[in-house]
Ligand binder design. Structure first.
Ligand SMILES: Nc1ncnc2c1ncn2[C@@H]1O[C@H](COP(=O)(O)OP(=O)(O)OP(=O)(O)O)[C@@H](O)[C@H]1O
Ligand SMILES: [Mg+2]
Length: 347
């Protein structure tokens, strides 16, 4: 099926963990970058081999032009997001003063807290996207995302951070000058907490909460910007998943959430489908090896049939064009392999 991406600027690749999002994002990037589009791939924590294929030596927050001697016409830039450290930058941006920034960043506790919320990696990915969207340097921006079971995790990460900072529990902790002035019940709770966590922890907590105060507005406006961007017809949301029972329900939920948020799903990609191994007949195998081969063939054929069944279920539950990608025997370790895979997505 031909996938016309001419009028799309942002292609967002989402889906559960380990299904091939990062690989397909890079593949699509190579393919579009070879079709005359100035393309950017924002990739999150790529596997080592893939990072090397894109020209990254170390894990770093950098933007790199991807080059391949066999494809001099390639117009591809890759940016690797180290979501761990990226969040620091976010704090830097929204902090109201250099002092506030310094205090938050120097407090180890803030990260633990933000991470315990979940969504900080998703938030970092969204933040990065907004940074690039405003620039006119690229025709196509492909956004790889961290693994998310639920589309809401991705879409609502900024909102969740803002809400978290608004909650009454926080207000309860927040008290200028420390954690005094609590009512009796509260005092007892604080005592209990103190004995478990230590008073240093609580002082730190109070400091962090005080510092984070006032940053909600920044997170809220980011949330609105992200939602607006995804609802725009020039953005395409692609859900990558696998044809299995385990992935079925969560993918259906993912789709429903997008519908509720009025975000159109552009394509459903079923990745790593078993190829038809049955029709291959090896030559020159000894009898014992042949027995092994047949047993393997039988195993893979069963797997393939189960996947076909789930693929049909996916198609009837999620009514958007579906792209089927087979499991490849080659490693995705060079630009050529990525191009082939990307062309398969588009053609
Ligand atoms: N069609 C394919 N055929 C064979 N191997 C594949 C295919 N797609 C992805 N892979 C392999 O599957 C592994 C996981 O892929 P990848 O890292 O892209 O998944 P991901 O969805 O980004 O994972 P995470 O959710 O952890 O970020 C990698 O080793 C990759 O090379
Ligand atoms: Mg990934």
């Amino acid at each position: 099926m031909n996938w016309d991406l001419a009028d799309k600027k942002i292609i967002l690749i989402g889906g559960p963990g380990g299904v091939g999002k990062t690989t397909l994002a890079a593949a699509l990037g190579v393919s579009l970058g070879l079709r005359g589009y100035r393309t950017l791939v924002l990739t999150v924590d790529p596997a080592r081999r893939l990072a090397q294929a894109l020209g990254f030596k170390d894990f770093e927050n950098s933007v790199k032009k991807v080059t391949a001697p066999e494809y001099p016409e390639l117009q591809l830039t890759a940016s690797m997001l180290d979501s761990e450290h990226y969040f620091d930058k976010v704090i830097e941006r929204f902090a109201r003063s250099p002092e506030q920034k310094k205090k938050i960043l120097e407090n180890r506790l803030y990260r633990t807290m933000v991470e315990s919320l979940g969504g900080s990696h998703e938030y970092a990915a969204m933040e990065r996207l907004l940074e690039f969207v405003s620039s006119d340097e690229y025709d196509k921006i492909i956004v790889d995302t961290p693994p998310t079971q639920n589309a809401l995790d991705l879409l609502q990460a900024p909102q969740r951070l803002a809400n978290f900072m608004d909650t009454s529990v926080l207000k309860w902790f927040q008290k200028k000058g420390g954690l005094v002035l609590f009512q009796r019940g509260t005092q007892m709770a604080m005592k209990a907490l103190q004995s478990i966590l230590g008073s240093e922890f609580l002082d730190n907590l109070a400091a962090v909460l005080g510092d984070l105060e006032g940053m909600q507005a920044g997170f809220r406006s980011r949330h609105l910007a992200v939602m607006e961007l995804f609802r725009n017809p020039s953005s395409a949301f692609v859900l990558v998943t696998q044809a299995s029972e385990a992935r079925f329900l969560e993918s259906v939920e993912f789709h429903k959430t997008l519908q509720n948020e009025k975000i159109a799903l552009e394509r459903l990609v079923l990745n790593r489908l078993e190829p038809d191994f049955q029709s291959q007949s090896p030559t020159g195998l000894e009898k014992e090896a042949l027995t092994w081969f047949s047993a393997l063939q039988k195993h893979f054929e069963e797997l393939r049939l189960v996947q076909q069944k789930w693929a049909e279920a996916f198609q009837s539950a999620i009514k958007v064009p579906m792209i089927r990608i087979e499991r490849k025997a080659t490693l995705m370790s060079d630009i050529h392999a990525l191009k082939e895979l990307g062309d398969e997505l588009i053609n």
